[in-house]
Design a protein around this ligand. Sequence first.
Ligand SMILES: Nc1ncnc2c1ncn2[C@@H]1O[C@H](COP(=O)(O)OP(=O)(O)OP(=O)(O)O)[C@@H](O)[C@H]1O
Length: 261
Amino acid sequence: MTAQISIQGLTKTFPGRNESADFTALSDISLEIPANEFVCLLGPSGCGKSTLLGLVAGHEKSSAGGITVAGTPVTGPAAERGMVFQQYALFPWYTVEQNVRLGLRIKRLSSSEQAEQTERMLRAVSLWDHRDKFPRELSGGMKQRAAIARTLAIDPDVLLMDEPFGALDEQTRNRLQDELLAIWQGSRRTVVFVTHSVQEAVTLADRVVVMGRDKGRIVADLRISLKRPRDRMSVEFVEAEREVSACLARAEASDPADRAA
Ligand SMILES: Nc1ncnc2c1ncn2[C@@H]1O[C@H](COP(=O)(O)OP(=O)(O)OP(=O)(O)O)[C@@H](O)[C@H]1O
Protein backbone atom coordinates (compact mmCIF):
# COMPACT_ATOMS: atom_id res chain seq x y z
CA MET A 1 0.00 0.00 0.00
CA THR A 2 1.28 3.47 -0.78
CA ALA A 3 0.44 6.56 1.17
CA GLN A 4 -0.78 10.03 0.73
CA ILE A 5 1.17 12.71 2.58
CA SER A 6 -0.75 15.62 4.02
CA ILE A 7 1.17 18.60 5.40
CA GLN A 8 -0.95 21.17 7.19
CA GLY A 9 0.19 24.57 8.44
CA LEU A 10 3.66 23.25 9.20
CA THR A 11 6.01 25.55 11.09
CA LYS A 12 9.49 24.74 12.31
CA THR A 13 11.41 27.08 14.57
CA PHE A 14 14.90 26.31 15.80
CA PRO A 15 15.90 27.79 19.15
CA GLY A 16 18.52 30.55 18.92
CA ARG A 17 21.92 30.00 20.46
CA ASN A 18 23.55 32.29 23.01
CA GLU A 19 20.55 34.56 23.41
CA SER A 20 20.14 35.10 19.67
CA ALA A 21 16.56 35.05 18.42
CA ASP A 22 14.81 31.82 17.46
CA PHE A 23 15.01 30.99 13.77
CA THR A 24 11.96 30.07 11.74
CA ALA A 25 12.99 27.74 8.92
CA LEU A 26 9.44 26.90 7.80
CA SER A 27 6.31 28.91 8.38
CA ASP A 28 2.78 27.66 7.78
CA ILE A 29 3.58 25.25 4.93
CA SER A 30 0.71 23.20 3.52
CA LEU A 31 1.10 20.56 0.83
CA GLU A 32 -0.88 17.52 -0.27
CA ILE A 33 0.95 14.69 -2.00
CA PRO A 34 -1.28 11.93 -3.39
CA ALA A 35 -0.24 8.29 -3.14
CA ASN A 36 2.23 7.14 -5.82
CA GLU A 37 3.22 10.65 -6.85
CA PHE A 38 6.88 11.47 -7.50
CA VAL A 39 7.46 14.96 -6.13
CA CYS A 40 10.70 16.91 -6.34
CA LEU A 41 11.36 19.73 -3.87
CA LEU A 42 13.51 22.42 -5.40
CA GLY A 43 14.66 25.72 -3.98
CA PRO A 44 17.60 27.92 -3.03
CA SER A 45 20.11 26.70 -0.50
CA GLY A 46 18.81 27.14 3.03
CA CYS A 47 15.13 27.50 2.05
CA GLY A 48 14.14 24.55 4.24
CA LYS A 49 13.95 21.53 1.91
CA SER A 50 15.88 19.18 4.20
CA THR A 51 14.02 20.49 7.22
CA LEU A 52 10.71 19.67 5.55
CA LEU A 53 11.91 16.20 4.57
CA GLY A 54 13.22 15.58 8.10
CA LEU A 55 9.81 16.49 9.50
CA VAL A 56 8.05 14.07 7.12
CA ALA A 57 10.59 11.39 8.10
CA GLY A 58 9.80 12.09 11.74
CA HIS A 59 13.44 12.90 12.56
CA GLU A 60 12.38 16.38 13.67
CA LYS A 61 9.33 17.60 15.55
CA SER A 62 7.22 20.44 14.19
CA SER A 63 6.72 23.64 16.17
CA ALA A 64 3.16 24.03 14.87
CA GLY A 65 0.93 22.28 12.34
CA GLY A 66 1.33 18.65 11.47
CA ILE A 67 1.86 15.89 8.94
CA THR A 68 -0.17 12.78 8.33
CA VAL A 69 0.83 9.82 6.18
CA ALA A 70 -2.06 7.61 5.09
CA GLY A 71 -4.15 9.42 7.68
CA THR A 72 -1.82 8.70 10.60
CA PRO A 73 -0.03 11.62 12.29
CA VAL A 74 3.76 11.50 12.04
CA THR A 75 5.20 11.41 15.55
CA GLY A 76 8.59 9.84 14.85
CA PRO A 77 10.48 7.70 12.33
CA ALA A 78 8.77 4.57 10.97
CA ALA A 79 9.66 1.77 8.56
CA GLU A 80 6.88 2.83 6.19
CA ARG A 81 8.87 6.05 5.54
CA GLY A 82 12.32 5.22 4.16
CA MET A 83 15.01 7.87 3.89
CA VAL A 84 18.05 8.06 1.59
CA PHE A 85 20.65 10.75 2.32
CA GLN A 86 23.34 12.34 0.16
CA GLN A 87 25.99 10.72 2.31
CA TYR A 88 25.38 7.07 1.90
CA ALA A 89 25.11 6.10 5.57
CA LEU A 90 26.41 2.56 5.08
CA PHE A 91 28.09 0.64 7.89
CA PRO A 92 31.77 0.46 6.85
CA TRP A 93 32.43 -2.84 8.64
CA TYR A 94 29.64 -4.70 6.82
CA THR A 95 29.60 -5.88 3.21
CA VAL A 96 27.08 -4.52 0.71
CA GLU A 97 24.89 -7.58 1.22
CA GLN A 98 25.07 -7.34 5.01
CA ASN A 99 24.22 -3.62 4.87
CA VAL A 100 21.08 -4.30 2.84
CA ARG A 101 20.11 -7.26 4.96
CA LEU A 102 20.56 -5.37 8.21
CA GLY A 103 17.71 -3.04 7.39
CA LEU A 104 15.42 -6.02 6.96
CA ARG A 105 15.76 -7.12 10.54
CA ILE A 106 13.09 -4.66 11.60
CA LYS A 107 10.68 -6.35 9.18
CA ARG A 108 10.75 -9.65 11.11
CA LEU A 109 11.14 -11.71 7.95
CA SER A 110 12.40 -15.27 7.96
CA SER A 111 16.04 -15.79 7.07
CA SER A 112 15.18 -17.12 3.59
CA GLU A 113 12.82 -14.19 2.95
CA GLN A 114 15.57 -11.79 4.01
CA ALA A 115 18.02 -13.45 1.63
CA GLU A 116 15.50 -13.37 -1.22
CA GLN A 117 14.58 -9.72 -0.72
CA THR A 118 18.24 -8.70 -0.40
CA GLU A 119 19.12 -10.46 -3.64
CA ARG A 120 16.17 -8.92 -5.47
CA MET A 121 17.12 -5.40 -4.39
CA LEU A 122 20.83 -5.84 -5.10
CA ARG A 123 19.98 -7.12 -8.58
CA ALA A 124 17.61 -4.17 -9.12
CA VAL A 125 20.47 -1.73 -8.51
CA SER A 126 23.04 -3.89 -10.39
CA LEU A 127 25.13 -4.64 -7.30
CA TRP A 128 24.59 -8.37 -6.96
CA ASP A 129 28.06 -9.10 -8.36
CA HIS A 130 29.56 -6.72 -5.80
CA ARG A 131 27.65 -8.01 -2.80
CA ASP A 132 30.75 -9.16 -0.89
CA LYS A 133 32.55 -5.83 -1.12
CA PHE A 134 32.88 -3.37 1.73
CA PRO A 135 31.75 0.25 1.28
CA ARG A 136 35.38 1.47 1.03
CA GLU A 137 35.80 -0.73 -2.07
CA LEU A 138 32.87 0.91 -3.89
CA SER A 139 32.63 4.03 -6.06
CA GLY A 140 30.34 6.85 -4.93
CA GLY A 141 27.63 5.71 -7.34
CA MET A 142 27.84 2.12 -6.10
CA LYS A 143 27.63 3.26 -2.47
CA GLN A 144 24.54 5.25 -3.24
CA ARG A 145 22.98 2.29 -5.06
CA ALA A 146 23.67 0.16 -1.99
CA ALA A 147 22.05 2.78 0.26
CA ILE A 148 19.01 2.90 -2.04
CA ALA A 149 18.80 -0.90 -2.08
CA ARG A 150 18.91 -0.94 1.69
CA THR A 151 16.05 1.52 1.98
CA LEU A 152 13.98 -0.10 -0.78
CA ALA A 153 14.44 -3.57 0.68
CA ILE A 154 12.30 -2.49 3.62
CA ASP A 155 9.62 -1.72 1.02
CA PRO A 156 8.54 1.63 2.45
CA ASP A 157 5.28 3.19 1.25
CA VAL A 158 6.99 6.56 1.18
CA LEU A 159 10.51 7.12 -0.08
CA LEU A 160 12.21 10.30 1.14
CA MET A 161 15.40 11.23 -0.72
CA ASP A 162 17.60 14.14 0.32
CA GLU A 163 19.82 15.00 -2.65
CA PRO A 164 20.79 11.36 -3.02
CA PHE A 165 22.71 11.92 -6.25
CA GLY A 166 24.15 15.34 -5.39
CA ALA A 167 27.70 14.08 -4.84
CA LEU A 168 27.90 12.06 -8.06
CA ASP A 169 29.27 12.93 -11.49
CA GLU A 170 26.72 13.71 -14.18
CA GLN A 171 26.94 10.38 -16.01
CA THR A 172 26.52 8.32 -12.84
CA ARG A 173 23.76 10.61 -11.72
CA ASN A 174 21.83 10.17 -14.98
CA ARG A 175 22.22 6.41 -14.78
CA LEU A 176 20.98 6.30 -11.19
CA GLN A 177 18.03 8.54 -12.05
CA ASP A 178 17.05 6.04 -14.76
CA GLU A 179 17.48 3.11 -12.36
CA LEU A 180 15.41 4.81 -9.69
CA LEU A 181 12.63 5.52 -12.18
CA ALA A 182 12.68 1.91 -13.39
CA ILE A 183 12.32 0.70 -9.79
CA TRP A 184 9.59 3.25 -9.05
CA GLN A 185 7.68 2.32 -12.19
CA GLY A 186 7.98 -1.35 -11.26
CA SER A 187 6.48 -0.85 -7.83
CA ARG A 188 4.96 2.54 -7.38
CA ARG A 189 5.29 4.36 -4.11
CA THR A 190 5.13 7.96 -3.00
CA VAL A 191 8.48 9.71 -3.45
CA VAL A 192 9.61 13.08 -2.10
CA PHE A 193 12.99 13.90 -3.60
CA VAL A 194 15.05 16.98 -2.70
CA THR A 195 17.34 18.31 -5.39
CA HIS A 196 19.21 21.42 -6.47
CA SER A 197 19.12 20.38 -10.09
CA VAL A 198 16.39 21.54 -12.45
CA GLN A 199 17.37 18.82 -14.92
CA GLU A 200 17.07 16.16 -12.25
CA ALA A 201 13.65 17.44 -11.19
CA VAL A 202 12.36 17.46 -14.78
CA THR A 203 13.79 13.99 -15.41
CA LEU A 204 12.17 12.45 -12.36
CA ALA A 205 9.12 14.27 -11.16
CA ASP A 206 5.40 14.15 -11.75
CA ARG A 207 5.38 17.42 -9.93
CA VAL A 208 7.99 20.00 -8.93
CA VAL A 209 7.37 22.06 -5.80
CA VAL A 210 9.57 25.15 -5.67
CA MET A 211 10.25 26.65 -2.26
CA GLY A 212 11.36 30.25 -1.74
CA ARG A 213 13.76 31.81 0.72
CA ASP A 214 10.91 33.24 2.76
CA LYS A 215 10.50 30.54 5.45
CA GLY A 216 10.04 27.79 2.93
CA ARG A 217 7.04 29.43 1.25
CA ILE A 218 5.91 27.44 -1.77
CA VAL A 219 6.34 29.75 -4.73
CA ALA A 220 5.44 27.32 -7.52
CA ASP A 221 3.83 23.93 -7.89
CA LEU A 222 4.37 22.62 -11.41
CA ARG A 223 3.13 19.45 -13.05
CA ILE A 224 5.60 17.72 -15.37
CA SER A 225 3.43 15.74 -17.72
CA LEU A 226 6.13 14.62 -20.17
CA LYS A 227 5.90 10.93 -21.05
CA ARG A 228 8.50 8.55 -19.61
CA PRO A 229 11.18 7.66 -20.50
CA ARG A 230 12.04 11.33 -20.89
CA ASP A 231 14.58 12.41 -23.42
CA ARG A 232 16.79 15.02 -21.73
CA MET A 233 17.64 16.45 -25.16
CA SER A 234 14.08 16.81 -26.50
CA VAL A 235 12.49 20.19 -27.17
CA GLU A 236 9.68 19.45 -24.68
CA PHE A 237 12.19 18.56 -21.96
CA VAL A 238 14.21 21.72 -22.52
CA GLU A 239 11.01 23.77 -22.45
CA ALA A 240 10.00 22.21 -19.12
CA GLU A 241 13.49 22.93 -17.77
CA ARG A 242 13.14 26.54 -18.83
CA GLU A 243 9.79 26.87 -17.06
CA VAL A 244 11.12 25.33 -13.83
CA SER A 245 14.31 27.43 -14.02
CA ALA A 246 12.26 30.61 -14.32
CA CYS A 247 10.34 29.67 -11.14
CA LEU A 248 13.59 28.85 -9.36
CA ALA A 249 15.08 32.20 -10.39
CA ARG A 250 12.00 33.91 -8.91
CA ALA A 251 12.41 31.84 -5.73
CA GLU A 252 16.06 32.82 -5.51
CA ALA A 253 15.20 36.46 -5.93
CA SER A 254 12.40 36.27 -3.36
CA ASP A 255 12.95 38.39 -0.35
CA PRO A 256 13.96 36.33 2.66
CA ALA A 257 12.28 39.10 4.69
CA ASP A 258 13.02 39.00 8.36
CA ARG A 259 13.45 35.30 9.04
CA ALA A 260 13.68 35.70 12.79
CA ALA A 261 10.53 34.44 14.49
N1 LIG B 1 19.21 22.05 13.70
C1 LIG B 1 19.18 23.30 13.25
N2 LIG B 1 19.34 24.36 14.11
C2 LIG B 1 19.28 25.63 13.68
N3 LIG B 1 19.02 25.99 12.38
C3 LIG B 1 18.85 24.99 11.50
C4 LIG B 1 18.91 23.60 11.88
N4 LIG B 1 18.69 22.86 10.77
C5 LIG B 1 18.51 23.72 9.76
N5 LIG B 1 18.61 25.00 10.20
C6 LIG B 1 18.45 26.21 9.38
O1 LIG B 1 17.21 26.13 8.70
C7 LIG B 1 17.34 26.66 7.38
C8 LIG B 1 16.87 25.60 6.40
O2 LIG B 1 17.85 24.56 6.37
P1 LIG B 1 17.71 23.32 5.40
O3 LIG B 1 18.90 22.46 5.61
O4 LIG B 1 16.38 22.73 5.58
O5 LIG B 1 17.77 24.03 3.97
P2 LIG B 1 17.91 23.36 2.53
O6 LIG B 1 16.93 24.06 1.66
O7 LIG B 1 17.81 21.89 2.63
O8 LIG B 1 19.38 23.79 2.16
P3 LIG B 1 20.45 23.11 1.16
O9 LIG B 1 19.80 23.17 -0.18
O10 LIG B 1 21.64 24.01 1.26
O11 LIG B 1 20.70 21.73 1.63
C9 LIG B 1 18.79 27.05 7.20
O12 LIG B 1 18.92 28.44 7.40
C10 LIG B 1 19.52 26.30 8.29
O13 LIG B 1 20.65 27.00 8.74
